[in-house]
Write a protein that binds this ligand. Structure first.
Ligand code: FES
Length: 328
C-alpha cells in the first residue's frame, strides 16, 4: 500500500509504502532528507510529524526520547507511514542529486592500518556534494558507507579513508585485490553532516577515520578562506593510528585552527593522554557559544553528546554528528 509524503514548508512530495522507511523512500526518490546512521542511533533524521500516522521499528532511546515521541517527533530512518503524512522540516533544502556512478581507482595509499583510496570520476558526469557528506560504495554485492574526505572544490576525484579490518569485504579487497584502473560503483552524495552557516567557534571531535569528513570540511574552509575559529580534537588508541598528520601544520598556517591529538597508549609528550571526551570535559567547561561537529565511534559520540548537553552548556541544536559504524 502506498502513501503520499509531503515535506513542509517547501512542499516537496514523494511516495512511500507501508513496508519502507520514510528515509529509504525519500532517498529512492532522490530526496536527500537529513540523516546520519540510518539505523536509529544518532537522531540526525528527527523531524516533526504534523499530520498522519507512522509506526517505528526499534531504535536507540538516546536517538528519540519518549517525550519527543509524545510530541510527534519521529525518526525518518525507522518510521514507516500507515497513512498519508505531512512532515515539518524547517530549513530543509534538497541537496545535490543522488547519483549512482562508476569511478576508476586512481590510487591506493596505505598508511599503517588506513588506506587512502582515491577514485576518479567519469569525465562526462558531474558529481557535487557538501563537505562532510558520504557515499555508499559497492563491491561484490555489498554496500559500505564512507565519508568523502576531500573538499567539494577538488573536482574530478573523491577521496575515502578506509581502516583495515580483518575479514572485512572492502578491507580485504582493498589490501589484496583492488588495483589502480579498476572500476567501482558508488551512490551519493548522502547524509546531512555538513558545515552550518554560522560564525560560532567550532569544536571538531573525531576518533579513527572519523577524521575523513572533518578533513573535507577543513579543506572546504581553506578553499573558501574561512576565518572561523576551529579546535580539532582527534583521538586514537595509539600514536601509530594517526595518519596524514603532516597536513595539520599546513592547515594551521591558513586557518584559525588549533589541534589536539589524544591517545591512550604510548602517548607522546605533545599529545593528550586519554579520551577526547576527557580532554573536552577538562578544557571546555562552557560550550554555550560553540558548535560541535563529532565523527567516529558511536559510543564516543553518544558520551560526548550527553556530557556536552548536560554538563558543558552546549545548546542541543549546535551538536552535529555523523555516527560512523566501522565497516570494512
Ligand atoms: S537515527 Fe535516523 S539516521 Fe540516525
Amino acid at each position: 500500500m502506498s502513501f503520499n509524503v509531503s515535506i513542509q514548508p517547501n512542499d516537496i512530495n514523494f511516495i512511500t509504502t507501508a513496508d519502507a522507511t520514510l528515509l529509504d523512500s525519500a532517498l529512492a526518490a532522490k530526496i536527500n532528507l537529513p540523516h546520519g546512521c540510518k539505523n536509529g542511533g544518532c537522531g540526525a533524521c528527527k523531524c516533526k510529524l504534523t499530520s498522519g500516522s507512522v509506526t517505528h521499528q526499534e531504535y536507540a532511546p538516546s536517538a528519540l526520547s519518549p517525550q519527543e515521541l509524545a510530541d510527534n517527533t519521529i525518526l525518518l530512518c525507522k518510521a514507516s507511514a500507515t497513512s498519508d503524512v505531512v512532515l515539518d522540516i524547517p530549513g530543509f533544502v534538497n541537496g545535490f542529486p543522488i547519483k549512482t556512478l562508476p569511478s576508476k581507482i586512481e590510487s591506493i595509499e596505505k598508511i599503517g592500518s588506513v588506506a587512502i583510496l582515491k577514485l576518479k570520476l567519469p569525465a562526462n558526469q558531474s558529481f557535487e556534494f557538501f563537505a562532510g557528506q558520504y557515499i555508499d560504495l559497492s563491491h561484490a554485492g555489498k554496500n559500505r558507507s564512507y565519508s568523502l574526505a576531500n573538499s567539494p572544490s577538488a573536482t574530478g576525484v573523491i577521496e575515502l579513508h578506509i581502516r583495515y579490518r580483518q575479514g572485512g569485504v572492502f578491507s580485504e579487497a582493498l589490501w589484496n585485490e583492488f588495483k589502480a584502473g579498476q572500476i567501482l560503483r558508488f551512490k551519493g552524495p548522502l547524509g546531512s553532516f555538513t558545515l552550518q552557516d554560522s560564525a560560532a567557534p567550532i569544536l571538531m571531535v573525531c576518533t579513527g577515520t572519523g577524521f575523513a569528513p572533518l578533513k573535507s570540511i577543513l579543506e572546504y574552509m581553506l578553499a573558501t578562506n574561512s576565518k572561523r575559529k576551529v579546535h580539532l580534537i582527534w583521538g586514537n588508541f595509539q600514536p601509530e593510528d594517526f595518519y596524514l598528520t603532516e597536513l595539520l601544520p599546513l592547515w594551521q598556517q591558513q586557518l584559525d585552527l588549533s589541534v589536539t591529538l589524544c591517545s591512550n597508549e604510548n602517548t607522546p609528550a605533545d599529545y593528550y593522554h586519554g579520551l577526547v571526551t576527557e580532554y573536552i570535559a577538562q578544557n571546555y567547561p562552557d560550550l554555550s557559544q560553540y558548535q560541535v561537529y563529532a565523527c567516529g565511534n558511536p559510543g564516543m559520540i553518544e558520551s560526548l553528546y550527553n556530557s556536552a548537553i548536560s554538563e558543558l552548556n552546549l545548546v542541543k541544536t549546535n551538536f552535529f554528528s555523523d555516527v560512523f559504524t566501522p565497516s570494512a
